[in-house]
Design a protein. Sequence first.
Length: 673
Amino acid sequence: MEKLKLRTPDLTVQNIERVAQLFPDCVTEAQDEQGRLTRAIDFDQLRQELSGSIVEGPRERYHLDWPGKREAILTANAPIAKTLRPSREESVDFDTTKNLFIEGDNLDALKLLQETYLGKVKLIYIDPPYNTGEDRIYRDDFAIDVTTFFVRSNQKDEQGNRFVTNSDSNGRFHSDWLTTMYPRLKLARNLLKEDGVIFISIADHETYNLRQICEEVFGSGNFVGTIVWKNVTDNNPTTVATEHEYIQVYARDKASLDAAWKSNVSAIKDRLVAIGEELVREYLDPEKLQEAYSEWFRQNKPYLGPLDRYKYIDGGGVYTGSQSVHNPGREGYRYDVIHPRTGLPCKEPLLGYRFPKSTMDGLLQGGRILFGEDETKIVELKVYARDFVDKLASVIEMDGRSGPYDLKELFPEIKKVFTNPKPVELITRLISFVSRNEDIVLDFFAGSGTTAQAVVELNLSDGCGRKFVMVQAAEPLEPDTDAAKAGFANVAEICKERIRRANAKAKRSFEERNAANQASVQPLLDGEPPKADPNSHIDTGFRVLKIDTSNMRDVYYTPDALPQADLLGQVDNIRPDRTPEDLLFQVLVDEGVDLALPIAKETIFGKTIFFVDGNALAACFDSGVTDELVKEIAKRKPLRAVFRDASYGSDSVKINVDQIFRLLSPETEVRSI
């Protein structure tokens, strides 16, 4: 029941609404006296609308502006004093995996990844909030004084929620969304390789503003294109049926991307052509040839990316059917094309054929026409993989319901796991087109974890070793949702469990395929066991890291603010609840060391020593460090060595550390925390 307002009407608001009906382009957003965002009138624009000549006003320029933009820029640049804490119990293959799952605010995560992944990420895919009036938007705050310079506050709404609903009834509808996306995209760009690319899913509500932000962040010259995903789901209550969403594509450097793009597609095409040539040599019978290829295609589909349509084979190689013989425009040519099996005329395209009969006769003689099972199917042109043009389709038609089906297969016990997850096939198509080998794929709006599943399944198919970095906040679930009733507390828990289940499924498929391959070659080995393939491995693990406050006490950052009476209590500058492994990961973040490198623990002279990737970094945080221990570590010649400031057994040991390393390992960089 709506409550009475018990106050007189706000005539200003009513007047703004009247002006908005006549001149919608004159309505903007501005800050009132209390700094709150509200709807307002652009009087310079209104004067221009009411004048027959150019009205003098502020200097004209083409740019995107909104209340809060300067705040968003400051937010992107402000440092934070936070860290990543490992969670072994929630991880899979923690010590060996190269995949990461980061739990926490994605703005914090992007800042923490700046040093480690600067210029190293090949592909970013994100599916951010669409700003429909129901979506939750992050509120970002930044430090405003010396004592909190490194600390971001945890601002909450009236109910204590970290997220707030961005209702279109307030004056901040677009500004809140822009302020959310701008700093994240700004930081994300830094992580992309020169030939890196970002795919951003978006609907009608903010696609224009998203393009404007991306033009500013990535540069207009780095716009790659807009992909229309026709998902056949009408989400629009108005008279225009909305059956599609968009994927905006931007490059870090378009020229570099184009070169890498062509190289990657050529590699996929070469693989497909090679498979076709091998089968053509092996099978002379056309039916057995097609049967063998169909089986290979069944096992690999849909992970050929832009070439996943090439599902037929003949003596000319692998091919697909194209409707390019149909006339897409005005009335075409009319004639009969006889089906070779039934002897009856095939069904004609609605507007006739594109080519005259003489051209069609030539295509028929050359075996370039593909017939259906009978004359009721319209003929198509054979297009061979060897002639494939290196482009990603601008329109992808894929049932949006397949996303929930993907989740239902992994969570059969839950009726509805997640709202509108993207289909795995959609993401694999994007990833396969631009990434290969050891490329890093990042998704900092991970949601249910579709991108992680796509990466692992794609690796399973083509043998590449792509790595994923997923970021998802522990956003609470509504109590009445099916997932909450099944025991999940937040979105991050769903995401992690999906990755576990999907990866376990991929691992089973990998092992079954290897067993089948070994069984097929065993008879050829005269009883000898087949040799293991050293490259036969798929990474189905992930290392969980959680964003938390710094491991260091406040005195570490602002020693001048510490009262003299508290000095004795601050001898140890590390928080008491932190483990040595917590400290190690803060060092990795600070030093820009890959967070997915293998970590080994050794006990030397009774102390625990961490060795990261062999000798990339050695760290000891135990107390009572002696000269003998330092010498033993120095003999390993690590690139970096880190100790805890309060770890040394005596002042003399602390003084001797630099001298020991200068003597035994002069190339080592020695640090302390």
